[in-house]
Design a protein around this ligand. Structure first.
Ligand code: SF4
Length: 114
């Protein structure tokens, strides 16, 4: 239970862990276009309630050996298609240097390649 009371009944329901409908989700979005303060307050309240003020991260080194990718994420500015000028390939030396940095900073996670 939270002490935060908002004008939006839907957001108050979210804060009380009540289920909301698809249409209510759309309403939250549309209302947030005009004024997003209550949505941000709700998000902040849920974060503090569920995660407190913890910030976590995992140390990882990402080896972008080649920027070819089989996916087609519309926002991507990284990937290149075969034949494009922006294709890049890490050299063995660059890989070794990045590996040394990963070791130095004790990176434990190896992300899965796409
Ligand atoms: S490189 Fe990443 S973001 Fe880009 S298309 Fe592939 S998966 Fe998507």
């Amino acid at each position: 239970m939270t002490n935060l009371i908002l004008e939006s009944e839907i957001l108050n329901n979210v804060l009380e862990n009540k289920s909301i409908t698809r249409q209510e989700i759309i309403d939250i979005y549309q209302n947030s276009i005009k004024n997003s303060n209550d949505l941000f307050l709700t998000a902040q309240n849920l974060r503090i309630k569920n995660k407190n003020n913890s910030v976590t991260f995992s140390k990882k080194a990402f080896f972008n050996i080649v920027n070819l990718c089989k996916d087609t994420c519309s926002y991507c500015t990284y990937k290149a298609e075969p034949g494009e000028e922006k294709i890049s390939l890490m050299s063995k030396q660059q890989i070794k240097e990045l590996l040394q940095l990963a070791k130095k900073y004790k990176c434990k996670k190896i992300p899965r390649s796409t």
